[in-house]
Design a protein around this ligand. Structure first.
Ligand code: PMP
Ligand code: GLN
Length: 387
């Protein structure tokens, strides 16, 4: 694991803490999720559900996951054989990749990619082959995607809605990915943790709903984002029974089990009404608008995201040539922290001046961040300042 060092989230959260800067780096909300879910966790703890849960997850949560997939996407999932509860989506990703990949296999993914993808592929002894999504529209480039596949391709690791770009993959893009996966007899592992966080009427298309994909895909999600409970680490995966069994075998030796009393609480949350789900997306959309406007006013070029917690902005118009340096200086320049997108890339040049900001924060925090960011425009106005 040489070369993986400390994650950018740890570095930038520590920087925010030590400088008092507003942390728009690591993606976690600063307000709690639904009251019913929190109360259910309190009840689970006070009623003694504090020991190891079953390896596959508590039955009511597996049932709630299957029911959620039916309710929102019309998918038919067997809660006993096709669902596995994990320690967050992170463990689901690790369990699946370790289960499906042999040393020397290749994994196709898009870059920028969520940081644990590269690390987990390395842990499995597999090799990543990437296709670049380019600022500002982050469209899939068919030639580059085709070029990433080979006869060693074992799986495609997809993420829609996509961290860090905020892109929601279109049906045509997903169909292209699926047809290439079929051509190369590869699995598609789809990380859909932002499934409910989409804006402006954008539609999240689960990979398992595409023709013939239920048998060749594994879907991953998590309670962390939808229900503002990133610290609970309740995630899950579903897919064909034999692939889920293989992931369960690996998972036994990663954590065995986790998050006992939080599992029944997440089952309650998954069953909440449509209003709750719509409220989460519309509240976040307003926050996106607030931060995008502030970043534009500060002189950055913004790629308006269709989903997730994140917006990517180009700091090049401010005279920035290296976003990593810029992010390290941002606390002193303006009292705000973001993360440089290049750390999520093999091709650093494609994203050299891009910064990711998280908008999953209280409105007053975002208002203050926008005021602080305006200091960047003032720097830009002074031609002698180098960033
Ligand atoms: N996948 C993506 C794309 C993410 O952004 C994150 C972070 N929330 C995860 C997986 C990890 O999720 P969890 O915290 O549930 O492990
Ligand atoms: N998913 C979160 C993000 O992208 C961070 C999770 C972590 O710190 N590993 O910001």
């Amino acid at each position: 694991m040489r070369g993986f060092g400390t994650t950018i989230f740890a570095e930038m959260s520590e920087l925010a803490l030590s400088t008092g800067a507003i942390n728009l780096g690591q993606g976690f909300p600063d307000t709690d999720g639904p009251r019913e879910m929190l109360d259910a966790a309190l009840l689970a703890i006070s009623s003694g559900r504090n020991q190891y849960p079953p390896g596959a997850g508590v039955p009511e949560l597996r049932l709630a996951i299957a029911e959620h997939q039916r309710r929102f996407y019309g998918l038919s999932v067997d809660p006993d054989r096709q669902v596995l509860v994990t320690a967050g989506a992170t463990e689901a990703i690790a369990a699946v990749i370790l289960a499906l990949c042999e040393v020397g296999d290749q994994v196709v993914t898009f870059e920028p990619y969520y940081d644990c993808y590269a690390a987990t592929i390395a842990l499995a002894g597999a090799t990543r082959r990437t296709s670049v999504l380019r600022f500002p529209d982050f469209a899939v480039d068919e030639t580059s995607l085709r070029g990433a596949f080979s006869d060693r391709t074992r799986l495609v690791l997809l993420n829609t809605p996509h961290n860090p770009t905020g892109k929601v993959f279109s049906r045509a893009e997903l169909e292209l990915i699926c047809s290439l996966a079929r051509e190369h007899d590869a699995w598609v592992v789809s990380d859909e943790v932002y499934e409910h966080l989409v804006f402006d009427g954008a539609v999240h298309i689960p990979i398992a709903t595409l023709p013939d994909m239920a048998d060749r895909s594994i879907t991953i999600s998590s309670a962390g984002k939808t229900f503002s409970a990133t610290g609970w680490k309740v995630g899950w995966l579903h897919g064909p029974a034999e692939a889920v069994a293989a992931a369960r075998t690996v998972k036994q030796f990663l954590t065995y089990v986790a998050s006992g009393p939080f599992q029944p609480a997440v089952a309650v949350a998954l069953g909440l009404g449509d209003d709750m789900y719509h409220g989460v997306a519309s509240t976040l959309q307003a926050k996106r608008d607030l931060l995008c406007a502030g970043l534009s006013a500060a002189g950055l070029e913004v790629a308006r995201p269709a989903g997730t917690y994140f917006v990517i902005a180009d700091a090049a118009p401010l005279g920035v040539s290296d976003a990593l340096d810029f992010c390290r200086q941002m606390p002193s320049l303006c009292g705000v922290v973001g993360v440089p997108v290049s750390v999520f890339c093999d091709d650093k040049d494609a994203t050299r001046t891009l910064v990711r900001f998280a908008f999953c924060k209280a409105d007053e925090v975002l208002d203050e961040a926008v005021i602080r960011l305006s200091a960047l425009a003032a720097h830009q106005a002074r031609p002698t300042t180098t960033l």
